[in-house]
Design a protein around this ligand. Structure first.
Ligand code: NAD
Length: 260
């Protein structure tokens, strides 16, 4: 199972987990598309990865909630590289507030980036995957696709929603050789999580150390953060697995925080 020459679009690929997945895929010989909000950040990431090889990377400016930009970006990839084999819908944000204070516009923004983003990018890629008779769609879920935490009403709702969407895509895509799966990581130290530590300390009225040791890692088997490399390895499995035997699934990679 390898990704040699496979065309893999990774949204939010300029930072954190998305960049780590891109790195893993390029190391396996893939042609990776870094699709992110800012072209300069995406280009920097793509240049770094192409320099490492043996695969290569290109940058595409893409706000995943802008339908025209998503469609144009995917068309550009197909024009240059001939198709799309793998989509990793990974772009995401976090916004934390107690329910009663959650601003409605921030609720809508978070749901749009996670759910509209997954919908629009998948919709744009599927015709190309169907035409080729093969493809892998991977959504970045979370332990919060399975569990709930205080302050995260929008995030938990969005991440649970991705499970349903992946199951529908796996049923519709099966006859075309297209699989859909969800990765559910525990806490990974990326800019998204670094930002949450002081915010949660403020909202919960506890020290930052307690946010890390109790709130984030308290239910793991060994009080460890999941790493970007751990998540990238699971992404590689879903991307390279060759048949419909592995579809409609969600895999939790969280140091045992959630067990199923
Ligand atoms: P990050 O902030 O490091 O990276 C997120 C990337 O998404 C950034 O490059 C950002 O520019 C991009 N992005 C944001 N909005 C976008 C938009 N509208 N269109 C295109 N790109 C956009 O965060 P991360 O921790 O690497 O998170 C990546 C994914 O992993 C998210 O879906 C997140 O919910 C999920 N996740 C993270 C953790 C964690 O602990 N870090 C755990 C579970 C799941």
């Amino acid at each position: 199972m390898n990704l040699k020459n496979k065309v893999c679009i990774i949204t939010g690929g300029a930072s954190g987990i998305g960049y780590g997945i891109a790195k893993r895929f390029v190391a396996d010989g893939a042609r990776v598309v870094i699709a992110d909000l800012k072209l300069d950040a995406a280009q920097k990431a793509a240049d770094e990865l192409s320099a490492k090889g043996p695969g290569k990377a290109m940058a595409v400016e893409m706000n995943v909630i802008d339908e025209a930009q998503v469609n144009t970006g995917v068309e550009k990839v197909v024009k240059e590289w001939g198709g799309v084999d793998v989509l990793v819908s990974n772009a995401g944000i976090q916004i934390v507030h107690p329910m009663q204070d959650f601003p409605f516009n921030q609720w809508k923004k978070l749901l749009a980036i996670h759910l509209d983003g997954a919908f629009l990018t998948t919709k744009a890629c599927l015709p190309h995957m169907y035409k080729a008779g093969t493809g892998s769609v991977i959504f970045m879920g979370s332990v919060h696709s399975k569990e709930a935490s205080p302050l995260k009403s929008a995030y938990v709702t969005a991440k649970h929603g991705l499970l349903g969407l992946a199951r529908v895509i796996s049923k519709e895509g099966a006859e075309h050789g297209v699989r859909a799966n969800v990765i559910c990581p525990g806490f990974v130290k990326t800019p998204l999580v670094e930002k949450q530590i002081p915010e949660q300390a403020h909202d919960l009225g506890i020290p930052e150390e307690e946010v890390v040791n109790r709130v984030m890692l308290g239910n793991t088997v060994d009080q460890k953060f999941t790493t970007i490399e751990d998540v990238a390895e699971v992404a590689h499995l879903f991307a390279a697995f060759p048949t419909n035997a592995l579809t409609g699934q969600s895999l939790v990679v969280s140091h045992g925080w959630y067990m199923n």
